[in-house]
Design a protein around this ligand. Structure first.
Ligand code: SF4
Length: 430
C-alpha cells in the first residue's frame, strides 16, 4: 500500500539490516568476493562506542565502554582485517574510506592511530578521501591532529541544535559553548570538508529557532550540511512519546531548504546540502555500483549480489553482548548474516538509491546495466507519485521534483520489494 505520509523511513541503505537473516550455510568471504570488481572499493570501519546515548538514535552503539573493551575491539578489527585481506587477494584497492559509528573519536588519540594503522593495511587507504564522524565532546585537538595527519578529508559533527533547550529536548544534552569550541578546534586543525548535522522537528522548535540554528551553523561556512527530520522510532527513547509532527517537520524542512539554497548551497538529496565551491574531499560513495568492505560488528559489507554483516540490535543489553562476542571472535572468514540480492533486487536498489538523489536516475546507465527501461520496471510503484506531480521525466533522466524530494521518506519505502517488506516486518527486534 502506498501512503504519502511524508516521514515513513529514512532509506540510507537498501535493504535495511532488519531484512538480513542468518546465512545458511555461511559463505566464505573468499567466495563472496571472488567475482567482484575490487579496484575501487569503499572501506568502512565501524566504532560502536559513544559517550552518551542520544534520544533519537537507533544506531548500533553502546555507551561507557572501558579502555579494556576499546583495546580488545581494535584487536578484533585487526584480526578481521587479516581475514578480509586474505579473502580479497592481492588485487584489491580502496578508493574511499570512512570511520563511522557510534563516535569514532570516542577512541583516544593513541587508539585512533591504531585504527588508522589497521585501515592502512588496505591498499589505497590514505590516498583517497577519508571521512570521520565526531561529537562536540570528543573532537579534541589531539584526536583531530591524528586524523588530519592520517589523511582525513571530511569531518562530520553531530550538532543537532545550537539551542541548549532543544539539544536537551532531543536528548543530546550539550551546551552551545561546547559545540562552538569543538567547531573552532576542527577549523583550527584544518580539514577540507566540514559537515554539520542538524535536526528539525524537536519538541518546542519553531521556525525562528530553526533559522537561528541554521544561521549559527552557517557562521562556520561548512562545506556540507545535513538536515535530518527527527524520527519517532519505536526502539528509541523518544519513540515512547508518539506525536504527529508531520506538518511541523515539513514546514521546517522547506524553510531550511530554501534558506540554504538562498545562501548558495546546492541540494544533493533531501538531507544533504553542499557549497558548490566547497573543496572536494567528501567521501561520496557510488552506492549503486561500488563494493563496500565493512569492518567492525556494526558494519555492513556490500557486493553486487550479497549484503552482509553481523547480528543487528538496538536494545542496549543486546548491543553489548554482540560487541562482547565480536571482541572474542577468532574466525572472520565467513559472512554470517545477510541478504542476497537477485537481479530484481539489484535493479531496485540501483533505481531507488539514484532516484533519492537530486540528480535523479540516469536512464541510459540503468539501461546499459540492466537492459530494461527503468520507467517500465517500476511503473506500478511510481504511478501514485507521478499523479501527484512529484516525478519529472526527460529523455535522459528520471528525477524527483522539489516536492517529490521533500517526500523522499515516503517514496523510498514505497519502492521496497515485497520480500524486503516482509522480512522487515517479521524481524524480531532485539
Ligand atoms: S546519534 Fe550518534 S552520537 Fe548519538 S548515540 Fe547515536 S551514534 Fe552516538
Amino acid at each position: 500500500m502506498t501512503t504519502t505520509a511524508p516521514y515513513q523511513a529514512y532509506v540510507y541503505a537498501y535493504p535495511h539490516k532488519t531484512a538480513y537473516r542468518p546465512l545458511e550455510p555461511e559463505p566464505s568471504l573468499q567466495k563472496v568476493w571472488t567475482a567482484e570488481p575490487s579496484d575501487s572499493l569503499f572501506l568502512y570501519m565501524h566504532v560502536p562506542f559513544c559517550e552518551m546515548r542520544c534520544g533519537f538514535c537507533n544506531l548500533f552503539t553502546r555507551t561507557g565502554a572501558p579502555e579494556e573493551l576499546t583495546g580488545a575491539y581494535l584487536d578484533a578489527l585487526d584480526r578481521q582485517a587479516t581475514a578480509v585481506l586474505d579473502a580479497l587477494g592481492g588485487g584489491a584497492s580502496f578508493a574511499t574510506a570512512a570511520f563511522g559509528g557510534g563516535t569514532p573519536t570516542y577512541f583516544t588519540a593513541a587508539e585512533l592511530e591504531r585504527l588508522c594503522d589497521i585501515a592502512g593495511r588496505f591498499p589505497g587507504f590514505g590516498k583517497g578521501p577519508l571521512g570521520v564522524e565526531t561529537s562536540p565532546a570528543t573532537a579534541t585537538t589531539d584526536r583531530l591532529t591524528v586524523l588530519a595527519e592520517r589523511g582525513t578529508t571530511r569531518v562530520s559533527i553531530g550538532v543537532q541544535s545550537f539551542i541548549d533547550e532543544e539539544a536537551r529536548a532531543a536528548v543530546r544534552p550539550q551546551k552551545r559553548a561546547e559545540v562552538e569550541a569543538a567547531l573552532d578546534r576542527i577549523r583550527a586543525v584544518g580539514f577540507p570538508t566540514l559537515n554539520i548535522d542538524l535536526i528539525y522537528g524537536i519538541d518546542g522548535q519553531t521556525p525562528a529557532t530553526w533559522l537561528h540554528s541554521l544561521n549559527a551553523a552557517l557562521e562556520w561556512r561548512p562545506e556540507e550540511l545535513y538536515l535530518y527530520p527527527l524520527y519517532v522510532r519505536p526502539l528509541t527513547g523518544l519513540g515512547r512519546r508518539a506525536q504527529d509532527w508531520d506538518d511541523q517537520r515539513l514546514a521546517l524542512y522547506r524553510l531550511g531548504r530554501d534558506h540554504l539554497l538562498s545562501e548558495g548551497y546546492e541540494q544533493v538529496s533531501m538531507r544533504m546540502f553542499r557549497r558548490p565551491e566547497g573543496v572536494t574531499g567528501g567521501t561520496e560513495y557510488c552506492c549503486q555500483t561500488d563494493g563496500m568492505v565493512g569492518l567492525g560488528c556494526g558494519a555492513r559489507s556490500y557486493t553486487a549480489g550479497l549484503h552482509y554483516s553481523f547480528e543487528y540490535a538496538v536494545e542496549q543489553r543486546h548491543v553489548r553482548s554482540i560487541i562482547d562476542d565480536y571482541v572474542r571472535e577468532d574466525d572472520f572468514a565467513t559472512a554470517r548474516v545477510g541478504f542476497e540480492l537477485d537481479a530484481g533486487e539489484q535493479r531496485r536498489r540501483h533505481f531507488l538509491q539514484s532516484l533519492l538523489q537530486t540528480s535523479g536516475l540516469d536512464r541510459s546507465s540503468y539501461r546499459t546495466r540492466f537492459g530494461t527501461e527503468p520507467c517500465d520496471d517500476f511503473s506500478v510503484e511510481l504511478a501514485p507519485f507521478d499523479d501527484l506531480g512529484w516525478l519529472e521525466t526527460t529523455e535522459t533522466t528520471l528525477r524527483l521534483t522539489p516536492e517529490g524530494l521533500a517526500h523522499s521518506d515516503a517514496i523510498g519505502p514505497a519502492l521496497f520489494s515485497r520480500r524486503v517488506r516482509e522480512s522487515m516486518a517479521s524481524y524480531k527486534a532485539r
